[in-house]
Design a protein around this ligand. Structure first.
Ligand SMILES: Nc1ncnc2c1ncn2[C@@H]1O[C@H](COP(=O)(O)OP(=O)(O)O)[C@@H](O)[C@H]1O
Ligand SMILES: [Mg+2]
Length: 222
């Protein structure tokens, strides 16, 4: 089992009000899945993905990756796991505006510190080609359309060949046709590279492209 989530609970303090974001989530994800987390705004999608991706901590419950519990790790250990296990794709792309496309995509590989300059260059050019952005490596993020920027962020998430890609509403800022094209690219990557994808959405058109859907409501799987 690649990912196992058991009775996950999370509350936030919003001013003086306690907000229950997750109320006891149980979830199992196998390798090579292409799974959508579907639910209305406020149902806990972002919170769940952030805890799985070691970006946020949990109040109680367990998350295990490859059978190893991560919920009791230190923040330093979590940072390492995050770097090695996960690629992230966000609704608003989160590209670094002062770096060109090539530099944005190479960043995760540079941070890993395991590859030569030439290996990095080859990997970046290959993945750029796979997401259909051949020849755009010198452009700056803001010179690209939203759909192109999201392709860059898919490339950035995949360039280090992570075990799992977590994508939080990756199509929410795109028109429906572009959004569907983006999920298609993710699905190709899932099929060709065997990377596991978990992505959230509340869009019916987008959830149709998933191989499995998990519905969330009020912090629970329904
Ligand atoms: N940092 C935060 N502080 C306070 N409340 C939060 C915070 N993050 C999320 N919440 C609340 O937790 C609930 C779940 O939010 P979220 O996980 O963002 O849902 P979704 O991504 O499905 O819209 C919502 O009620 C939201 O307002
Ligand atoms: Mg969200």
């Amino acid at each position: 089992m690649l990912l196992k989530v058991e009775d996950l609970k999370k509350t936030y303090l919003s001013g003086k009000v306690i907000v229950k974001a997750l109320n006891g989530i149980d979830l199992e994800v196998e390798e090579k899945e292409f799974t959508a987390i579907v639910g209305p705004s406020g149902s806990g999608k972002t919170t769940l993905l952030n805890i799985i991706g070691c970006i946020d901590s949990t109040d109680s419950g367990k998350v295990s990756l490859d059978g190893k519990e991560i919920t009791n790790k230190t923040s330093k250990e979590l940072a390492l796991l995050r770097r090695e296990y996960f690629g992230f794709i966000f609704q608003s792309y989160n590209l670094i505006p002062v770096l060109n496309i090539f530099e944005n995509i190479e960043l995760p590989l540079k941070l890993l510190g395991k590859h030569s300059k030439k290996e990095i260059e080859n990997a970046v050019l290959k993945i750029l080609d796979e997401v259909g952005l051949n020849g755009l490596e010198k452009r700056m993020p803001l010179e690209l359309s939203g759909g192109q920027q999201q392709r860059v962020s898919i490339a950035r998430a995949l360039v280090k060949k992570p075990k799992m890609v977590l994508a939080d509403e990756p199509t929410a800022n795109l028109d429906s046709k572009t959004g569907e094209a983006i999920v298609d690219i993710m699905r190709d990557m899932n099929e060709v590279e065997g990377v596991t994808f978990i992505f959230s959405t509340h869009d019916e058109l987008i959830m149709k492209h998933a191989k499995r859907t998990i519905h969330l409501r009020d912090g629970l799987v329904v």
